[in-house]
Design a protein around this ligand. Structure first.
Ligand code: 9D3
Length: 246
């Protein structure tokens, strides 16, 4: 997979792309990550990338020419039609489902702006997707692009070690994680739950599942509607909700 980011701040990506899992994924040649300054594609004397908006009203707008030229160039060099993702606050919320879908692509291009708008023709005629990572205001699309890239790359086959991917698989059931403990058995008088020391795997698994359900109910009840529960689990949860409401 080839992932390219068009940005005016490519240096923001250097540490992130070289470190940890993303760095290893590139060493293993499972992905190539590039941050490219699209100012290099500006042809005016001062390499202008933005301008004032038609109709007035302050702020700056990213011009179409440099961004079109950059995407056209990267596309021409590619043997696959890229997915071109515009990072913007108005975009569709990014989800784990999208991360999974985008692992099927051979070539992804992300476009990042800072505190400026994009000329609408970029949206209409160049990009395939518009993407936001949530309802909070950041200074630019660079951090969101890193978030999205991280979540896609870690899903590529071979990127995570066996241990880590097996671990994550057991939580891909849509529930929040159960509480975990390690040594010491007592810390400042706070004990580890007895059941985890019992060595009774069936009991431990049931306790963990119940803790996951309980935690999801308390913190993210909206997640529970999409989850396949056994009849036994439904009964248990309804009982928990009943006693809680008394
Ligand atoms: C909606 C706010 N805009 C109205 C004038 C201004 C604006 C604020 C912040 C325009 C761009 C930005 C920078 N943010 C992003 O580019 C961005 C973003 C975000 O701020 N939050 C969550 N996801 C994303 S993806 C790109």
């Amino acid at each position: 997979m080839l992932i390219q980011v068009l940005t005016l701040f490519p240096e923001m990506f250097t540490g992130v792309f070289e470190s940890s899992i993303l760095g290893k994924a590139q060493q293993k040649q499972l992905v190539r990550l590039e941050a490219i300054n699209f100012r290099a594609y500006a042809t005016s004397k001062h390499q202008t990338v933005d301008d004032t908006p038609y109709g007035g009203g302050g702020g700056m707008v990213l011009k179409p020419e440099p961004i079109f030229a950059a995407v056209d160039d990267l596309t021409a060099r590619s043997s696959h039609k890229p997915r071109v993702v515009l990072m913007c606050p108005q975009g569709a919320p990014f989800t784990q489902q999208k991360a999974l879908e985008w692992t099927e692509e051979q070539h992804l291009i992300f476009i990042c702006g800072h505190y400026e708008g994009y000329d609408e023709r970029i949206r209409e005629h160049l990009v395939t997707d518009e993407c936001s990572i949530g309802d909070y205001v950041l200074t630019g699309g660079e951090l969101p692009a890193m978030v999205v890239i991280d979540s896609v790359v870690r899903l590529l086959p071979g990127v995570l070690g066996n241990q880590m991917s097996a671990h994550s698989d057991s939580f891909s059931d849509g529930l929040l994680e159960y509480p975990q403990y390690t040594r010491p058995q007592q810390y400042r008088g706070w004990p580890v739950p007895d059941i985890l020391l019992s060595g009774h795997h069936e009991h431990v698994n049931r306790w963990r599942r119940q803790q996951s359900l309980l935690r999801t109910l308390e913190r993210r009840p909206e997640l529970l509607v999409n989850i396949a529960l056994t009849d036994e689990e439904k009964k248990w949860l309804e009982q928990v909700i009943q006693t809680r409401n008394q």
